[in-house]
Design a protein around this ligand. Structure first.
Ligand code: DC
Length: 221
């Protein structure tokens, strides 16, 4: 049986956690789990098929497949990669992820996914609620300006969606989502007390990864 080693990375939208978590997992040969993509999948499926989000979360079948064009997110057998990154889902996901029963089901799936594995898991509550005893925890943050810029570039340059918004509008939407992610009753975005905090505002991806690897060097995994 493989021994478990869990690294959690939490932080607000645009802090760089998805990119860094993926790069870190690839570099050290760990599995990678983007929990935000799970909440987004529940939001997408419940809106698209007019289903109860709690029921969708209760039997969500979720996997991440690697492909040469980047990771593909598969929910209930369907490729939802581009469908979960629209502005509509950005707007609705925070409300759906504040439903206690939705969180309960997804947290259970996340724990099962990581059982006896070496994994990098990222989201909002992975170091506080999902894995309070994780081996190593990080909390990434950055200024609102740079986070909005990153999201803007991500959406417009990579053409993840067909709907485009101005930088200012994205900034306001992120502020609104931050507010509801930080203030919900269950699984709120919060820095774990025992996390290493990295401000990524003026750091490149390479520099953030280097910093994380320097902490990791002290561990056997
Ligand atoms: O990281 P992201 O932007 O893809 O996350 C989308 C939303 O999902 C975010 O606004 C809050 C929610 N989320 C959550 O509630 N808990 C997590 N562990 C991860 C994401």
């Amino acid at each position: 049986m493989e021994s478990e080693f869990v690294i959690t990375i939490d932080g607000p939208a645009g802090s760089g956690k998805s990119t860094i978590a993926k790069k870190l997992a690839d570099k050290i040969g760990f599995l990678y789990l983007d929990t935000g993509a799970m909440y987004r999948s529940v939001a997408y499926i419940s809106i698209e098929y007019n289903r109860d989000p709690v029921e969708v979360a209760s039997n969500l079948d979720f996997e991440i497949l690697e492909s040469k064009n980047g990771d593909k997110f598969i929910a209930n057998g369907t490729d939802v990669t581009s469908k979960i990154r629209t502005h509509e889902i950005d707007d609705k996901v925070s409300k759906i992820s504040s439903i206690r029963e939705v969180r309960k089901h997804l947290v259970k799936i996340q724990r099962k996914f990581a059982k006896n594995k070496k994994i990098v898991i990222e989201g909002r509550d992975t170091g506080t609620v999902v894995f309070p005893d994780a081996d190593l925890k990080f909390y990434l943050d950055a200024s609102i300006e740079i986070r909005a810029k990153r999201r803007y570039n991500q959406k417009n340059e990579k053409k993840l969606t067909n709907d485009s918004f101005s930088l200012e509008k994205i900034k306001n939407k992120i502020k609104k989502r931050d507010n509801s992610d930080k203030n919900r009753e269950w699984g709120a975005l919060k820095k774990p007390d025992d996390a290493y905090v990295i401000d990524t505002t003026s750091l490149s991806k390479k520099e953030v990864l280097k910093e994380i690897l320097s902490y990791l060097a002290e561990y056997e995994y």
